[in-house]
Design a protein. Structure first.
Length: 156
């Protein structure tokens, strides 16, 4: 029985992964529409008592799906905020939201990665470096800034 539980959980996590990555899939669009979940996956799904067992199962494993997902920042235009981001895109550091040194203002919390880059594709350090510990800023500096010339952000 234990192996069946693990297999079921893995299958549901795969469905969660598909919801995150297959924005145009028919079943993804149907589930998003049925449960009123945004196209960008910027918030975690919500489950209510009357929802289907499948949706409740996806809701139950969603934190594990997100924890196992890394983002490759391309043009930085994904609608998820930079510092309140629950997504992991700095290898070994987890979500940047776990590293902020103080509470973010509304503007800081709603900024996208692309908002933190100037027209020459350089980081706007003055906007956010003071919000993160030095070691996180140094790791961020070792990564290329998003560029309009790159494709969209992608998960892996």
């Amino acid at each position: 029985m234990r192996d069946m539980h693990c297999m079921n959980k893995a299958s549901v996590m795969k469905l969660g992964w598909s919801i995150m990555n297959d924005m145009n899939g028919l079943w993804t669009c149907v589930l998003r529409c049925m449960y009123g979940w945004s196209q960008e996956c910027t918030s975690d799904p919500k489950a209510k008592g009357k929802d289907s067992p499948l949706w409740k199962a996806i809701y139950k494993v969603w934190s594990q799906v997100r924890a196992g997902t890394m983002w490759s920042v391309g043009n930085g235009r994904r609608e998820s905020p930079l510092l309140e981001l629950k997504d992991v895109w700095l290898d070994g550091y987890g979500a940047l939201s776990h590293h902020t040194t103080h509470e973010l203002s509304e503007a800081e919390g709603n900024a996208t990665v692309a908002d933190m880059v100037n027209e020459r594709n350089h980081w706007k350090w003055e906007l956010f470096a003071h919000l993160l510990p030095v070691q996180v800023v140094l790791v961020l500096a070792s990564h290329s800034a998003p560029s309009n010339e790159l494709e969209g952000d992608a998960s892996y």
